[in-house]
Design a protein around this ligand. Structure first.
Ligand code: GAP
Length: 491
């Protein structure tokens, strides 16, 4: 059948509706009208996200000879966040519009203005604006930032006025209290990154797993940030998941490993199915105080190229800070060079939710199929079979004559190895459509011929082509297509 790609800009609205309608992502506590920037994953969303996390976990631990994992707690001793710098400087500058009562990030208002200049061919003007903003923020001159907003004529998109409050620093950490009575209570934080759980466990892991530098520690877990402006669906959330790996290296060798991980991680995103032309590096010119090199891997979302992963050379900042505040040594004895030192760290940090969104945006496909009067539109998720939430759907052609029983037999056999579904309601065309919408790569139809010769039809999601195979072959055939090793082979 002739197919024709429909050239269209898939806007985010379509993706959000699709995600909700077909059980991928729901607004949190929707019955109470939701909670800003907090989302729940539905039956297919949780499968897709778990597949991405497992894939990351295996490729960062099992496939590496010198990376092990941990699962640290969300709550940590409050001094952790003093040492890491989050208590004092994990801030965003915020400003409110007095008329609309809407809150904005002051830096984002100015960045949007700089983008406007760039679009109008005035890149230099935009660049100068950002340099000046950087200087003012570094100097803590928030009044100066406010004056910039006003002198640039920036108005609130809701009220249309420039009636701005003072610019204030807003710490992004959520705090809560531990202790049974108020007087005992102590302020603790919900971790804003998973990395610190790795740093404070550096020696525990190194000693118990007998690791030699260079080695890495990987972790997947929740992180929390009280984002001022929550936008773009699951791109910027207040509760999200990170997949981070800290790679501990000899001081002076960090740039070699930084380059290694930079390349390795870009390749990984391509192997998962994100096309090379939709991925790019964004090298940080202005570095955080703890870093000596930093790059983002950006994906082209419907709203432009945005960060999905950060690779940072964090020097010995974190371990040295923990050594200072905890008064416990964070050193490693390197017997190859007979030296004690605080290791340097190269970090890879990818958001599971942002990766999920990138994969979903990339997979969402609208196509016109057929020709002439038989043309019709179809929508499907072109997910890599290894990460698809459901691997195969089993359909008896009709609900009689022993076909459902045969279908159930196949389902019971395949479910031992794969996430599969069995469906017998509705016309088979509608059943195919339902599976296309959630990205199921294979649909298996059981018909009268099946009863005669033990063969079934496999319908392939992307090409819609059908082939006849024996039931005996099914398991191996599906396994070959959906195995993570298909992805690993490309790494
Ligand atoms: N430990 C380093 C660190 O946390 P980051 O650049 O702040 O670095 C790393 O975050 C990744 O975490 C980002 O590339 C992004 O994928 C994800 N991330 C950060 N903030 C997020 C948010 N509010 N919502 C969803 N994902 C977020």
């Amino acid at each position: 059948m002739a197919t024709q790609e429909k050239v269209s800009e898939h806007n985010l609205g379509k993706i959000i509706s699709h995600a909700k309608e077909y059980g991928f992502v729901f607004p949190s506590s929707e019955v109470y009208d939701g909670l800003a920037a907090v989302y729940d994953y539905g039956p297919y969303g949780v499968e897709l996200k778990n597949n991405l996390k497992t894939l990351w976990w295996k490729s960062m631990t099992q496939l590496q000879d010198n990376v092990v994992g941990i699962d640290a707690s969300i709550f940590m001793h409050p001094l952790t966040w003093k040492a890491s710098g989050h208590v004092d400087s994990f801030n965003d500058p915020m400003v409110d519009n007095r008329d609309s009562k809407k809150r904005y990030r002051a830096d984002q208002l100015l960045e949007a203005k700089a983008e406007e200049y760039a679009k109008a061919g005035q890149e230099e003007k935009g660049h100068a604006l950002l340099v000046e903003m950087g200087r003012l923020l570094d100097a803590g001159d928030l009044n100066g930032v406010r004056e910039q907003i006003i002198s640039e004529g920036i108005v609130c998109p809701v009220s249309g006025t420039a009636n701005w409050t003072e610019v204030r620093q807003f710490n992004l950490m959520f705090s809560t209290r531990v202790g049974s009575v108020a007087e005992d209570a102590d302020t603790i934080y919900l971790r804003p990154e998973t990395a610190q759980g790795i740093f404070v466990n550096f020696l525990n892991v190194q000693k118990t797993a007998r690791m030699k530098i260079p080695f890495g520690i990987a972790q997947v877990g929740k992180a929390f940030r009280n984002e001022i402006v929550a936008r773009q669906f699951i791109f910027r959330m207040r509760e999200f998941e990170q997949m981070e790996m800290q790679y501990f290296v000899r001081p002076g060798e960090e740039m070699k490993w930084y380059e290694f991980w930079k390349e390795t991680r870009l390749k990984w995103h391509q192997a998962v199915g994100l096309p090379a032309q939709k991925l790019k590096y964004h090298v940080h010119e202005k570095l955080a105080h703890y870093a000596n090199a930093a790059v983002d891997i950006e994906f082209e979302f419907p709203f432009g190229f945005k960060e999905i992963e950060g690779i940072h050379s964090r020097t010995d900042f974190d371990l040295s800070q923990h050594q200072k505040l905890s008064k416990k040594k964070m050193q490693y004895f390197d017997n190859e060079i007979n030296q004690n030192y605080v290791p340097y760290v190269v970090e890879t940090s990818v958001g599971a939710d942002r990766l999920f969104l990138a994969v979903l945006c990339n997979a969402y496909t609208e196509e016109v199929v057929g020709e002439g009067e038989n043309q019709k539109e179809r929508t499907y998720l072109k997910l890599h079979p290894a990460i698809a939430p459901v691997k195969a759907a089993i359909f008896p052609l009709v609900r009689k004559d022993g076909l459902p029983e045969k279908g159930m037999q196949i389902f019971n056999q395949l479910k031992q190895d794969f996430r599969v579904v069995y469906e017998e309601r509705d016309a088979i065309g509608r059943r195919y459509t339902r599976q296309d919408l959630i990205g199921t790569p294979f649909c298996i139809a059981v018909d009268y011929q099946t009863l005669e010769d033990n063969t079934v039809t496999i319908r392939h999601r992307d090409s819609m082509e059908q082939e006849r195979v024996s039931i005996e072959e099914l398991r191996d055939k599906i396994a070959r297509e959906v195995s993570f090793s298909r992805i690993y082979e490309q790494l």
